[in-house]
Design a protein around this ligand. Structure first.
Ligand SMILES: [Zn+2]
Length: 340
């Protein structure tokens, strides 16, 4: 095992003198998850979305043909549906999942692709994977749980003073387990678990992580009622700015080792080609006291307004999010285009 960990460090370590910035790209894949983490030319993909072509198409558009490690948070189709295409269409060096098989054809095709690729399979034990100058701290799921969501692989991304945490579709039971058994620090960025479902957020988890930015990866039309407006309100009440991929499209975090980071969003659209993609806009989240502030670069109002509250059909507009009328909005007005 020690030899394997050493091998991981060697294979994924950054070339000398190549330090740049950490990118965390939350792809807009509709109802599902797919997150690309890049640093110093090294790449990790966490989940591959529901469709067969969306993520591999976006990886190709970005010029990413080698994935140093691919992690499936869990084996539901909205997270591994795109995995066979990704594994078959790129060079994947390591593959990790929660070790909990399913009987679905999507899972069978995924594992067949992993075996055919030659990628080395890794169990999701508590371990650290070096990705350039960043570290992926794997948060192992609790043992003996048969439920896929509550066996999601957690990933904490450490990059100097910058931290982010991604926990798949973990529900409150698994979040509580990690608060007991893993190191859960205050972070700058959280991927809200389970697409903003009420069972994927707890006040204890919010209190522990207290991010400046909370990203919800969710499809505009889904049958689950995701995301919960109360969940959005709870993260915002803790000082986080909430981004939803169904409203803003892909969300890209660019972070530096001093903790500074910026957020860029693209227009809504699944697997848009760069040629048809609307110009990206840079927005600046607010951060709670004590968290390093991202770079200040306010977007022009004319660019920002089309993405405001397009689906705010209930509750009240707050910033570019819709929240429950029971909560106080701490954001400046100006984004109430669709609120009722
Ligand atoms: Zn999911």
């Amino acid at each position: 095992m020690r030899a394997l960990l050493g091998l991981l460090s060697v294979l994924l370590a950054a070339p000398l003198g190549a330090q740049s910035a950490l990118e965390i790209r939350f792809f807009n894949v509709g109802q599902g998850d797919a997150v690309l983490v890049r640093e110093s030319g090294k790449s990790a993909l966490i989940d591959a979305g529901p469709g067969s072509g969306a993520v591999i198409g976006q990886l190709r558009a970005l010029g990413v043909d080698t994935l140093d490690i691919v992690i499936a948070s869990h084996n539901h189709a909205d997270h591994i549906g795109g995995m066979p295409a990704v594994i078959g269409g790129s060079v994947a060096r390591f593959y990790m999942d929660n070790g909990l098989p399913t009987t679905t054809s999507t899972y069978q095709r995924t594992m067949a692709a992993v075996r055919a690729s030659g990628a080395q399979y890794l169990n999701a034990t508590t371990r650290s994977v070096t990705l350039g100058y960043a570290r992926l701290r794997i948060m192992a799921p609790p043992p003996g749980v048969g439920d896929q969501n509550n066996s999601s692989v957690g990933v904490r991304v450490d990059y100097g003073d910058f931290h982010a945490i991604l926990t798949g579709d973990s529900e409150q039971e698994e979040l509580a387990y990690w608060l007991q058994h893993a190191e859960v620090p205050r972070v700058q960025v959280v991927k809200v678990a389970h697409h903003g479902s009420p069972n994927g957020t707890s006040q204890e988890w919010i209190n522990a992580t207290r991010p400046g930015v909370a990203v919800i990866s969710v499809g505009r039309v889904n049958g689950y009622g995701h995301p919960s407006l109360d969940v959005i309100a709870a993260w915002e009440a803790a000082g986080a700015r909430v981004y939803r991929t169904d409203i803003t499209g892909s969300v890209v975090i660019l972070a530096h080792t001093n903790g500074q980071f910026s957020v860029t969003t693209a227009s809504r659209g699944v697997a848009q080609s760069p040629r048809t993609r609307a110009p990206a806009q840079r927005v600046t989240p607010t951060a709670p006291p004590g968290v390093p502030q991202p770079r200040v670069s306010p977007p022009p109002a004319a660019v920002r307004s089309p993405n405001c509250c397009k689906v705010c059909s209930a509750g009240q507009a707050c910033g570019n999010s819709c929240i429950s009328r029971r909560y106080q909005c701490h954001k400046p007005p100006g984004c109430a285009c669709n609120a009722q």
